[in-house]
Design a binder for this molecule. Structure first.
Ligand code: DX5
Ligand code: ZN
Length: 218
């Protein structure tokens, strides 16, 4: 069964707790938390304070996507705030292996993510170290952008390497996922689909999550 990770970036922040409970009831598998610093990406969003505030609201894993420069300086803070998975961009980590170890040292699952323009080869060496590989299907920074279909070839490549190397990390897709694009992702090997606007811009979030799951199964 495909897992759906609603991105709270598209939620109503004036009632964030309620929004999270709503998607949890609706069948979400993870809560995807988009952390942006205004440097690596042209937007500023959530910090450890919000992660700490939403931690007691849900039993679901908090899937924290760090779109920030120098993530090493903040990983311990996000871990103690209650993150269950911390994912870092290869583009921000000159010592990626060390950064992934730092995440694991906090007893948190470690993820690595690459932008649409970054080749899969850039993370091949660290695949044995990660619990999750996140592939961006938009340029990070904003919700509601359109799906970049050429990334699908990269998803297939990562999936093939996972088999070849006998690894068991999850493959997650982020950006422009909706009922029209979900199946492209799962056919290519994705296990987890992040969906922001396709969930939170709908009145009935449970229905929206189920529709994406159904579309993903084909
Ligand atoms: C993009 C974020 C995404 C975004 C997804 O920078 O990493 O998680 O919120 O939003 P949608 O699903 O609307 O593309
Ligand atoms: Zn994200």
């Amino acid at each position: 069964m495909t897992k759906i990770a609603p991105s709270i970036l598209s939620a109503d922040f004036s009632k964030l707790g309620e929004e999270i409970k709503d998607v949890e009831r609706g069948g979400a598998a993870y809560i995807h938390v988009d952390v942006m610093d205004g440097h690596f990406v042209p937007n500023i969003t959530i910090g450890p304070l919000i992660v700490e505030a939403i931690r007691p609201v849900t039993a679901l894993p908090l899937d924290v996507h760090l779109m920030i420069k120098n993530p090493d300086a903040y990983i311990p803070m996000f871990a103690s705030a209650g993150a269950d998975i911390i994912t870092v961009h290869q583009e921000t980590c000159p010592h990626l292996h060390r950064t992934l170890q730092l995440i694991k040292d906090q007893h948190v699952k470690a993820g690595v993510v690459i932008n649409p323009a970054t080749p899969a080869e850039m993370i091949k060496e660290v695949l044995p170290e990660v619990d999750l590989v996140l592939l961006m299907t938009v340029n990070p920074g904003f919700g509601g952008q359109s799906f970049i279909q050429s990334v699908i070839k990269k998803v297939e490549k990562i999936n093939a390497w996972r088999k070849e190397l006998g690894l068991s990390f999850e493959i997650e897709i982020d950006g422009g996922v909706n009922v029209n694009t979900a199946k492209l992702c799962t056919d290519a090997g994705a296990d987890v689909l992040v969906a922001g606007s396709a969930v939170f811009n709908k009145e009935d979030r449970g229905q929206a999550i189920k529709a994406i799951m159904q579309a993903a199964q084909g």
